[in-house]
Design a binder for this molecule. Structure first.
Ligand code: NDP
Length: 288
């Protein structure tokens, strides 16, 4: 059993603490606003009077607050306590924020792991929860068993920004999926078809289309978008034009798909209409 400190008792911090307590660990908690630890204290948690006091109680501290300005203010206030400790920051932020925090924490003599939580609070400790980690490899190796009690732990590398980069990329994929769902459902909703009824059809179609992604990924990695083309970009641009025309005729907003049609047109207009739609990737990837 380990001593663990948790900073931040929002919805996620509460779930992380409850899970560690359930596993029998000694958990010290601190939250900016007092009075949020009651239920956790009843389960055995100890409440510290400051972030520095909480950090001093344990070899490893897990921080989960709103954003990086919040986590930076905690680090500033508790700087003197960090030396020789490990800080696992599960606060959501950008790769640049994670890298800057890693540098700052290193100057304070602490090991730093950044993390991206791919789960909601009720999922913590369950089989579908995943947390991505990057930063100090020795810290990850030392605490992996403990961290696995929260969620499957996927270590991505020593660059502290990698967990955030992958976290935000996965969420981007999710929002793309949701955007497709919203548009498709609005289209059938215009004729009174319910979202729940339509979803049966849509979800099996989307699952089938997931099968296209390995082929696109291969083309993106090789940069060869003109091989094994069965549904070329020119044809798909015409098809997307039809979708947007029908969308307008049905009185539905085209906002979600307009930018994609723009990219299809641009790529086809540049002479790549016979290639695959994976070529659109070349218009959005980082140049140089
Ligand atoms: P909540 O809004 O429930 O809690 C926010 C926490 O941050 C509170 O403990 C709050 O303290 C603290 N906080 C805010 N500002 C400061 C500050 N300046 N100094 C110190 N503490 C501060 O958020 P969640 O717990 O849901 O989320 C926490 C992190 O986890 C976020 O980065 C979020 O993106 C991430 N996350 C959340 C998920 C979710 O589904 N909830 C899923 C995946 C990641 P106080 O009580 O004093 O306001």
């Amino acid at each position: 059993m380990a001593n663990i400190s948790i900073i931040g008792l929002g919805a996620m911090g509460q779930a992380l603490t409850a899970r560690f307590l359930q596993q029998g660990h000694t958990v010290t908690v601190w939250n900016r606003t007092p009075g949020k630890a009651g239920a956790l204290i009843a389960k055995g948690a100890r409440e510290a009077g400051s972030a520095a006091e909480a950090i001093a109680e344990s070899e490893v501290t897990v921080m989960c607050v709103l954003d990086y300005p919040a986590s930076t203010s905690v680090i500033d206030a508790a700087a003197s306590a960090l030396s020789g400790r490990a800080l696992v920051n599960l606060t959501n932020g950008t790769p640049a924020q994670a890298r800057a925090t890693a540098e700052r924490v290193a100057t304070l003599g602490a090991a730093y792991l950044d993390g991206g939580i791919m789960a909601t609070p009720p999922m913590i400790g369950g089989e579908h929860a995943l947390i991505l980690y990057s930063g100090s490899k020795p810290a990850f190796d030392a605490h992996a068993t403990l961290l696995e009690e929260l969620a499957a732990a996927n270590y991505l590398g020593t660059d502290a920004g990698l967990a955030s980069l992958h976290d935000l990329a996965l969420l981007s994929g999710m929002y793309g999926l949701f955007a497709g769902f919203f548009h498709a459902t609005a289209l059938v909703d215009s004729e009174g078809i319910s979202a729940c009824d339509f979803l049966k059809l849509l979800s099996s179609w989307m699952t089938a289309m997931m099968g296209e992604l390995p082929g696109y990924a291969t083309k993106i990695d090789s940069g060869k978008h003109g091989v094994n083309v069965v549904s070329n970009l020119g044809m798909q641009a015409a098809s997307l034009e039809n979708i947007l025309t029908a969308t307008r005729e049905q009185g539905v907003a085209t906002d979600l798909l307009d930018p994609l049609l723009e990219l299809f047109r641009k790529r086809a207009g540049a002479g790549f209409g016979d290639e695959d739609i994976s070529g659109v990737f070349e218009l959005i990837r980082r140049k140089g």
